[in-house]
Ligand binder design. Structure first.
Ligand code: ADP
Ligand code: MG
Length: 369
């Protein structure tokens, strides 16, 4: 939806392949009902467009590659990049080989592998699914040797393809969106600080609350990570501050932690993505506001009616705040942990942005630390 909104500003009409009827994007783009994991649907879809791109990495990359070849059109980022990124373990191996610092990790094929990993790297550690992970679904903490079985079953067992990652006692998490043109030209967006709760990003604050030297280092790591991937588009690069910087993971698409760019940067991550994949020069990515705070609005487990009431109150609050932009995705069901929308507050400085956030969230019992 947000990519299609950006497309309209440069006269690019987007068409989306998505299986849920009346998906959020369908309010601004033409929707073709079908799955991005169904080769036949992708092939049919490819025949009706001039260029293919993705906004989720869990697509059938082989089908995408073949469909584009058959239709005689380009696909960006390249399916080879999608194949590496959609397997988080392959991604780890790729970045380790490229010399980008990451936490120690190992593929897990047996319970003995798990015990060995714990003995070598200590507890707790993180067990992760190689594929189809998002918003923490795909991560399980192994707190001690006795907890290994529960973590395994939480992720669906050894057959799912798993890897283990040493616990990172980070003092902050950062993200940098990077646009890579078809010619390989790179442009980084400002470093943003992300706050996760239960492995789900809930808040981002920009600029990040770090010293300028570390911000330069974060930009350098993000650029190096993206430069190692031969594919045009925007990438979301997640990092841990330990105090040394470690790469967490890279998404080959506009990213939740880059939503703030819509209001706070000269070019949004969505516009930058479209510029990059269509071979245009990517616009100015610098901040146009002193500070920006983005908050994800998540569903909770209280049921549809209670969620609707809570959200209506929040929307009224957000609408009363002059420099607060609310993005509502139009999802019908308010399920627990589901991202339903987000809002971004821009201000002249961090203090002002936080004061506005306090006003929006005043009745919701969510303090700003
Ligand atoms: P997802 O694909 O769901 O974003 P991530 O691997 O990025 O999965 O993990 C989500 C969040 O879980 C991270 O942003 C971080 O807060 C926490 N996390 C992930 N890996 C580790 C780790 N090795 N040590 C500590 N926390 C971690
Ligand atoms: Mg992540």
């Amino acid at each position: 939806m947000m990519m299609a909104e950006a497309g309209a500003t440069i006269d690019l009409a987007l068409k989306v392949l998505e299986p849920t009827p009346s998906c959020p994007a369908s309010s601004v783009a033409e929707q073709v009902l079908g799955s991005f994991t169904d080769p036949a649907a992708i092939r049919e879809f490819a025949k009706s467009v001039d260029l293919l791109t993705v906004e989720i990495e869990h697509v059938d990359a082989n089908a995408l590659e073949e469909a584009a070849r058959e239709a005689g059109i380009e696909v960006h980022p390249s399916p080879s990049v999608l194949r590496v990124i959609q397997d988080k373990w392959a991604q780890k191996e790729h970045f380790a080989a490229a010399g980008v610092p990451c936490a120690p990790a190992a593929a897990i094929a047996s319970e003995a592998d798990l015990a060995r990993f714990g003995a070598a790297h200590g507890y707790p550690f993180m067990l992760k699914a190689r594929r189809l992970a998002y918003d923490g679904r795909g991560n399980a903490v192994v707190s001690d040797p006795a907890g290994a079985a529960a973590a395994l079953s939480a992720l669906g067992g050894l057959g799912q393809g798993l890897y283990a990652e040493a616990w990172v006692p980070f003092r902050a998490e950062l993200a940098v969106m990077v646009a890579q043109g078809r010619d390989g030209a790179l442009r980084a967006f400002p470093v943003t600080q992300t706050l996760h709760r239960d492995s789900i990003c809930v808040v981002t604050e920009t600029p990040a609350l770090i010293d300028p030297g570390l911000a330069r280092e974060a930009e350098r790591v993000a650029l190096a990570a993206v430069a190692s991937l031969p594919g045009a588009g925007v990438y979301g690069v997640e990092m841990f501050v330990t105090p040394r910087l470690l790469l967490n993971e890279v998404a080959p698409r506009p990213h939740n932690s880059g939503h703030y760019t819509i209001e706070a940067c000269a070019t949004s991550q969505y516009l930058a993505h479209l510029q990059a994949v269509t071979g245009q020069r990517v616009g100015d990515t610098s901040l146009t506001a002193g500070a920006a705070i983005m908050v994800n609005v998540l569903g909770d487990g209280a049921g549809q009616a209670a969620n609707a009431e809570r959200i209506a109150a929040l929307r009224t609050r957000a609408a009363a705040e002059p420099r607060c932009a609310l993005h509502w995705y139009g999802k019908a069901e308010f399920k627990a942990k589901r991202k339903l929308g987000h809002f971004t507050i821009v201000a002249d400085d961090r203090r002002e942005a936080r004061a506005a956030l306090e006003r929006v969230l005043a009745d919701f019992g969510v303090g700003v630390e």
